[in-house]
Design a protein around this ligand. Structure first.
Ligand code: MN
Length: 322
């Protein structure tokens, strides 16, 4: 997925200043954003209250939308640098195509993991023949400086480790590890992501790493996370310093748990790019406009996404600001 804002605001983030060292329960408000003409998403990161959770730096939640008579998701070819994209579905399917020649239909609870490294372009579309409902999340992970110029790659993992926590909890490990089970997805910083299902009547505790910060993105039902009952499409920031997370549900519920070691490096995010300086971002934009560096998404019917104008003030990685 892409940031389709016509006037994307630069986001400066990273560093320890904004990390909450103790457990908190900070509910972040979603911002509705139109993705193309037909899909509205809820942007939960970056938000007014928080920019990152570990290396997770971008979270959109969408659906469930009835797209039976709609084109569904239609995101034309667009570029990325300095990040990984994580595509995760609960309903429907998304056709991914990228400038490496990858072509993959993603289905619910399969991991689509794209490492942009120095440069990649991709398109994401609902296939012409698609399911009635589309429901999922699109997330980005910032790459650390040592790996942000790495070669681009695409990974599709249809088989992911399952964790049965007992007491009505079951989980799919998306990235990193949870309770001893490890995802095959490539990571570059200590982080984790899991899809957690709570059956009606669940009352349990999930082991966590105290040096990670965590957040819960609710997908369906009404999960009660550390005593906070959450409607779908909410992001609850949980802070650091937790060894376990109390979980309850009175109806069948699902949420994504995102966590990671607080990201020490300062980064600049603008449009679909993660860099360290204004020059990184301006050069990437220039290379997209001139048709170099990113390669072509082929076949694709239609025009690639045009780059928005850079803001008039230089982008600066000044620290974590709200
Ligand atoms: Mn994208």
């Amino acid at each position: 997925m892409s940031n389709l804002d016509l006037r994307p605001a630069p986001t400066v983030c990273g560093g320890r200043a904004d990390v909450t060292a103790r457990p908190v329960r900070d509910l972040l408000a979603a911002k509705p954003v139109m993705l193309g003409e037909s899909t509205e998403v809820r942007r939960l990161l970056p938000s007014m209250g928080r920019r990152m959770v570990g290396a997770w730096c971008f979270v959109d939640h969408y659906g469930p939308d009835d797209i039976e008579r709609e084109p569904g998701m239609q995101v034309p070819p667009h570029p990325h640098i300095g990040l990984q994209t994580v595509s995760w579905l609960h309903d429907g399917e998304v056709l991914h195509r990228d400038s490496l020649g990858s072509e993959q239909v993603l289905r619910p609870r399969e991991l689509g993991l794209m490492t942009s490294g120095r440069a990649i372009a991709h398109a994401e579309q609902s296939p012409r023949e698609h399911a009635k409902l589309l429901h999922g999340a699109q997330l980005w992970v910032a790459l650390p400086d040592a790996h942000r110029h790495t070669a681009p790659s695409w990974e599709h993992h249809a088989e992911l480790p399952q964790v049965s926590g007992g007491g009505g909890l079951s989980a799919t490990v998306i990235l990193g590890d949870l309770d001893g089970a490890r995802s095959p997805g490539t990571t570059f910083t200590p982080l984790m992501g899991a899809d957690i299902t709570l059956a009606a009547g669940t009352d349990t505790r999930l082991p966590l790493q105290p040096d990670f910060e965590y957040a819960a993105l609710t997908m369906s039902g009404e999960a009660e996370v550390d005593g906070v009952r959450l409607a779908p499409g909410s992001l609850l920031y949980l802070g650091c310093g937790r060894r376990e997370l109390p979980l309850r549900a009175t109806v069948d519920s699902a949420f994504m748990l995102l966590g990671g070691e607080p990201f020490e490096e300062r980064i600049v995010m603008w449009w679909n790019f993660v860099g360290r300086t204004h020059e990184d971002i301006a050069q990437a934009r220039e290379d997209w406009v001139s048709g170099t560096r990113f390669g072509e998404v082929s076949p694709y019917e239609g025009a690639p996404l045009p780059a928005p104008e850079l803001p008039p003030v230089p982008l600066k990685a000044r620290g974590r600001t709200r």
